[in-house]
Design a protein around this ligand. Sequence first.
Ligand code: NAD
Length: 480
Amino acid sequence: MLDAADLTTDSKLWIGGDWVSPTGENYFDDLNPEDDSLYGRSAAGTSEDMRKAVDAANEAFGKYGSSTAKEREAWIIQAAEVMASMQSEFVSALIDEIGSPFNKAMFEFNKALSMMRAAAGMARQVTGKTIPSDYPGRYSMSVRQPLGVVAAITPFNVPLIKGVRLTADPLAVGNTVVLLASEFAPRISLLLAQVYEKAGIPAGAFNVVTGFGHEIGDSLTGHPNVPMVTFTGSSVVGQHINELCAKQKKRVTLELGGKSPFVVLADADLKKAAQAACHGIFLYQGQVCMGGSRIYVEAPLYDKFVEIYANAASNLGMGDLRSSDTMIGPIISERQRNRVRIHIEDARDKGATIVTGGNWKGNRCEPTILTDVSEEMTVCREETFGPVTAVYKVDTYEEALEKSNDTEYGLSSTIFTENLNKALHYAHNVSAGMCHVNASPVHDEPHVPFGGNGESGVGREGTEADIDAMTEWKWITIQS
Ligand code: NAD
């Protein structure tokens, strides 16, 4: 057994129930985003490694695909137990590998653990129906069958939540899995491999290849023995995967980027709205797909809201990542830091007001609130994926709804109001996959239909949605 938390050795790949070195023995530096120091050396898997992982998963499917619900339930319950015992390794990796402040790391660990537990319950839910037949004496029924090898591809920002959901759900319903982890979070995916290894999941049912998605991703998603891809990441990569899957008629679920609206009506509880708006865009320094990056406030409340919100944002902790007072940590990579910088500078140069923030401390960007943002500014429509949001004044509820829907994205949304009719009208009419009334747009639970529309994705995740997405119906009749 390899210790995936041991950072003194080069990491390996987990293929066919063995820890193996990458073909060609190439490794890359996995950096701690806090100061870009070396966190660990990770295996740069190749397309050849990816093919080996798919072969191993395909071979394992022969037996795993016909395992009983009782067996899969037990394996996943055991995986949850092992995971619970590895909390400190996971939390440390979430802090040092991807720059999560302690609270976000704990939130992610606990959420992922409940997703693992919920997945165990899926095994017995793979049910079919008896169907009345038009022919006398004919028994007609439907059954669900697993698909085969599922390709799971995860992003850097919630590598454990997505690492668990995108692998435990397919395993629970009888599929085998190859996980391609983000190149910014390889160790976290190896800790997950260690969980499944210790839980006794059969060899080959779960495999991890670390490396660079843009180099080796196609050899996974394009492999003829992979009938389904479940992907979370950027809209650009999602589009590429969607095209490839369409050509090969594969199933795909895509959870992509967002530009989620956050509406505050004149009757809203101002303090609670400002608090939720802080959580909604500054959690994990804004590197959250559901982030409320467009805030529409009705005119009578606008000035007061901006004042309270800016005050709350400027007091968010930017200290030690291991302190529970810290909300804002480092941005993941130089490329992403540039993106955040450009969004702020472009807005400022074109006339936006920086109400608070805009400055950097090392790799950390202060929580930044903009007003006077207009269409020609990049930040107006594009996802920043950093601690940056814009507040807009609107005159009516109708204008807030119209502006909310003026986007190519459609992931989450929020409305703050005491008016139930407007809240429900908004929830039904906002073009988003999720809507939260009087609460932060950043929210997820294991068993809800999680996902978005348009540029934010295709399909839904969650235990019920995944049973549908990750199994295939078969119709069987018996003539008596
Ligand atoms: P990314 O698209 O750069 O990378 C995501 C994954 O795709 C990585 O594992 C990467 O290695 C892999 N990849 C890259 N090229 C590939 C290819 N050609 N084929 C297959 N895989 C490939 O995204 P990121 O920067 O890691 O994550 C941030 C993005 O993810 C943001 O846009 C964010 O909104 C989105 N996100 C969405 C959700 C959601 O549930 N909707 C959740 C988290 C993050």
